[in-house]
Design a protein around this ligand. Structure first.
Ligand code: NI
Length: 134
């Protein structure tokens, strides 16, 4: 075991604590350990998939964040030959939701997903994908 200290936005910590409470966790440390394991597993799972896929990337972002809309559009143009469709929903005053449908080798789908994850102002990115050929 090792000890770490970190700073987190208060809102994020409160939300996390609410989840832990709902799930009946007594220990925040165990909750954080489980969340990290889940993050790692999902990354590994994403990296094990190969071949041609259809992916659906869901992005939630704060449209007031400087440059985020341009950055998201640039990223989509970069993968323009694979992006089939984009749907934009204005969720509320602050957040927009974008659903990107992308078709091609999973490495392009993964690259676009990770690029979106790294953008400042992007709050959440989720990828689901389906094989095209058996
Ligand atoms: Ni919007």
């Amino acid at each position: 075991m090792m000890r770490i200290s970190m700073s987190l936005p208060k809102k994020l910590m409160n939300e996390f604590d609410d989840v832990l409470k709902d799930r009946g966790y007594n220990s925040r440390s165990k909750g954080i350990r489980d969340a990290l394991k889940d993050y790692i597993l999902r990354y590994q799972w994403m990296n094990e998939i190969e071949g041609e896929r259809i992916g659906v990337i869901t992005v939630i972002y704060d449209h007031h964040a400087t440059g985020v809309m341009e950055d998201i559009t640039d990223a989509q143009h970069e993968y323009g030959e694979y992006v089939n469709a984009v749907m934009h929903i204005h969720m509320n005053e602050k957040y927009c939701l974008e659903v990107i449908v992308i078709h091609g080798d999973v490495k392009f789908i993964r690259n676009l997903t990770e690029k979106l994850m790294r953008l400042k102002g992007v709050e959440h990115v989720k990828l689901t994908s389906t094989a095209v050929k058996e």
